[in-house]
Each structure stands twice: as structure tokens, then as C-alpha cells.
Ligand binder design. Structure first.
Ligand SMILES: Cc1cc2nc3c(=O)[nH]c(=O)nc-3n(C[C@H](O)[C@H](O)[C@H](O)COP(=O)(O)OP(=O)(O)OC[C@H]3O[C@@H](n4cnc5c(N)ncnc54)[C@H](O)[C@@H]3O)c2cc1C
Length: 374
């Protein structure tokens, strides 16, 4: 049987496009993933005790796009969930991003009150103020606070996560670290924050359940690209691998995930605790907060950043963006291949951004050029 499309990668990018091509255009699609499961990095599964876990680290859904929610809601119901993160700073656990309660926990009460008053007067209540800008303040207290957050919350985490100093990374990453001038302790500021009620994998199963979609797992697309006839390709793997690394490898940061199931109902006070300063790991997450599951035991994951391993985070540095641009130029010349997703476009995107990107590729690049198959 000949396929209209071979889709490489069954993560959000590949699954959204498979679903659109099959249901909106009647195309026959083969979706291939070299992993043994669908869902890409968002895959979730039950551990040996029956606790729903995210093998590739905690995935929390948040977006400002109603279009993305409407689209995904065809395949899942939702559970409201607002993620909260605490950071270990000078032996205390304080809200991250830093907020007015973090000040009160870490500083003597009079000094915390003075800082709070100055922050409100200078920037306004409810503002999320980037600390890098605040470091240039002439007011000695505000400058001190910005430097304190930089040193105790941001610097250590960045060194562990990226193995580079903040000033070596793109300003787009470093300029965003805020102090919340309010008591808002939510990690994300998006309008919509929720989790798929029965998990991501169930949602992916519903997206891909269609007579025109065939799923092939445990298979590198190169093993079958020569023997299975197809017309066009959608590629969501690493762009440099597609071109056999002809300009050299695009570097990524990876993670080692240490998963543990514990014989206790609760391990820590919130979904994620960050460790910017101590230990080799960056953070520990406890899944039951995120999934809402009740269970006598609990399951946690500890993340150790590393250079080798699965490609997770493109390194946001100008020289690597320049290298990507060379691959991008070649990708644009491939008239039978569309490059979609975070690995194929070498940029860190959240899940909702990948869904939006895939929907946009379908609506703007595929739909106008494709007749319906039936
Ligand atoms: C640790 C971590 C935590 C994250 N947390 C969040 C979060 O809380 N919220 C959020 O919104 N986003 C989060 N993300 C981002 C999220 O994972 C991505 O936005 C999303 O998974 C990207 O989807 P994708 O389809 O582009 O890529 P992927 O999910 O990576 O899918 C690509 C697929 O292609 C397959 N593939 C690659 N090469 C080949 C090949 N040669 N042959 C066959 N298959 C191949 C891979 O096996 C993979 O399954 C997180 C990412 C990481 C790494």
C-alpha cells in the first residue's frame, strides 16, 4: 500500500499533522517513531505501582491559545491544575519565581516590608519584573535584591542546566527571569493551565485512532523509507540528523531522569522543588500533584542535566542558531519534506506552541495545496 504521507515522529508535531491529514483531507498516513511508544516526550505511563508518571520529565500543559485548547479538547477532557514550584535557597523553601512571600521567608520582616514597598512604588503591584533589568537600578535595595535573586536562584540553576554562564546564553532566555510583585505563586502565567484528565498518552491514542493512520513504533524511518512507498514526508526528528550532520552536530543539553516510587503518600510540599545551589540535580517533581491521582504510594523524578543522551534542549547561543540557519536553508529546498516540531526547527517550544505550529503548517502550507483524497 502506498501512503500519501510518511510522518517521522509521533510526538505533538507528528500526531497533530497525522490527525489533520487523515480527518480533513482523507490522506493515508504512516507515522513512524523510533521509540516504543507514541506521544514523544509528552508520553505518560503507569509505573509498577500503578502511578501515572512522565518518563521524560514533568509535562505541564499551559497556554494562552484558545485555538490550541479547542483543538485538543476533541481528544481529551481536562483537569484544572496550576503548577507551583518551590526553590531551596539558604536552607528555606521559597516560591519560584520569587514573589513577596519569598522575600518574607528569606529576609528580616522590616527589610522585606521595605523591599516590597519599593517594588510596588517603582514597578506597580502585580507586575512581573525581569531581574536583569532591575540589576541596573540606582536604588541600592532594589539592586541588592536583583543581585541576590540572580546569585541564589538563577546562576546556580543555569550553570547546572546549561553548563554555561547566563551571559553566554541568548538574552531571550536570561532576560525573562522575573520577580513577581504580588503573592502569585503560580509557576506559569498563562490564561489556561490544565492537564489532560486521563493523561497525554490516552489523548494521543484518540488523535491517532483513524482507519487512514497506521502507526509503526520501534522503527527509525530510515529503515523503511526505501521500502514503503510514500508521496511526501513530514519530519519532526533532529534536522541535523536528516542531513547526515553535513555541517556538524547541533548541540543539545540532555537529562538523566532518576525515577523512584516511594512507600509514602507524599514526598514534598509541591509539584516541583528546584535546587539551584545544592546537589548535582536541578529539580525533583512529584507526579501525583500534577496528575491529581490519589494513591498510597508516590512517585518522583530527579533530573540530572548532562551533555550526552537524548536531545532535549537546543542550546540557545548565537553560534548554534547560525549553524541551524544553514540546515534551515537546506530544509527549505526539500520540496517533498516539511520540517515541523522542536527538533526539526532547533528551538525550545512548549507543547502548546508545537500544536499551534503544526496547525499553522497544516492550514497554511498543506491545505491550500492539497486536494482531498476522497
Ligand atoms: C524535560 C522536559 C520537560 C518539559 N516540560 C514541558 C512542560 O511542562 N510544558 C510544555 O508545554 N512543554 C514541556 N516540554 C516541551 C515538550 O516536550 C515539547 O514541546 C514537545 O514534546 C515537542 O513535541 P515534538 O513533536 O516537536 O517533539 P518530540 O515530542 O520530541 O517528538 C519527536 C519524536 O520524533 C522521534 N524521532 C526522532 N528521530 C526519529 C527517526 N529517525 N525515526 C523515527 N522517529 C524519530 C522521537 O523518538 C520523538 O518521539 C518539556 C520538554 C522536556 C525535555
Amino acid at each position: 500500500m502506498a501512503f500519501d504521507y510518511l510522518i517521522v515522529g509521533a510526538g505533538f508535531a507528528g500526531a497533530v499533522l497525522a490527525e489533520r491529514l487523515a480527518t480533513q483531507l482523507g490522506k493515508r498516513v504512516l507515522i513512524v517513531d523510533k521509540r516504543t511508544h507514541i506521544g514523544g516526550n509528552a508520553f505518560d505511563t503507569y509505573d509498577e505501582s500503578g502511578i501515572l508518571i512522565h518518563p521524560y520529565g514533568p509535562h505541564i500543559f499551559h497556554t494562552n491559545s484558545l485555538e490550541v485548547i479547542d483543538y485538543l479538547s476533541q481528544f481529551t477532557q481536562w483537569r484544572p491544575y496550576q503548577h507551583r514550584v518551590l526553590g531551596s535557597v539558604e536552607g528555606q523553601l521559597v516560591p519560584i519565581p520569587f514573589n513577596m512571600d519569598s522575600l518574607k521567608t528569606l529576609f528580616p520582616s522590616e527589610y522585606a516590608a521595605r523591599l516590597e514597598r519599593k517594588l510596588v512604588e517603582r514597578y506597580g503591584y502585580g507586575v512581573k519584573q525581569p531581574i536583569l533589568e532591575m540589576m541596573n537600578e540606582s536604588d541600592a535595595d532594589l539592586k541588592y535584591l536583583a543581585e541576590y535573586i540572580y546569585k541564589n536562584v538563577f546562576l546556580g540553576y543555569t550553570l547546572k542546566q546549561w553548563e554555561r554562564k547566563p551571559d553566554e546564553l541568548d538574552a531571550s532566555v536570561t532576560s525573562r527571569v522575573p520577580v513577581n510583585i504580588s503573592k502569585d505563586d503560580r509557576y506559569f502565567g498563562d490564561k489556561y493551565q490544565m492537564m489532560p484528565l486521563h493523561g497525554y498518552t490516552k489523548m494521543f491514542e484518540r488523535m491517532l485512532f483513524h482507519p487512514n493512520i497506521k502507526v509503526m513504533l520501534n522503527t527509525d524511518y530510515r529503515e523503511i523509507a526505501e521500502i514503503v512507498p510514500f508521496d511526501k514526508m513530514i519530519y519532526s526528528g533532529p534536522v541535523d540528523a536528516f542531513f547526515d550532520y553535513r555541517y556538524g552536530k547541533l548541540p543539545y543539553r540532555s537529562l538523566h531522569f532518576e525515577h523512584r516510587t516511594l512507600d509514602t503518600a507524599q514526598y514534598q510540599p509541591t509539584g516541583t522543588v528546584n535546587y539551584p545551589n545544592e546537589y548535582a540535580y536541578t529539580r525533583i517533581s512529584e507526579f501525583k500533584y500534577i496528575t491529581g491521582q490519589t494513591h498510597d504510594k508516590t512517585s518522583i523524578v530527579t533530573e540530572y542535566p548532562r551533555s550526552d543522551g537524548d536531545p532535549y534542549y537546543p542550546i540557545p547561543m548565537p553560534e548554534f542558531n547560525a549553524l541551524y540557519k544553514r540546515y534551515e536553508a537546506d530544509a527549505l529546498l526539500e520540496d517533498k519534506v516539511l520540517f515541523v516540531g522542536r527538533l526539526a526547527t532547533y528551538k525550545y517550544y512548549n507543547m502548546d506552541q508545537i500544536v499551534a505550529q503544526a496547525l499553522s503548517v497544516f492550514n497554511k502550507q498543506i491545505l491550500p495545496n492539497e486536494p482531498r483524497a476522497d
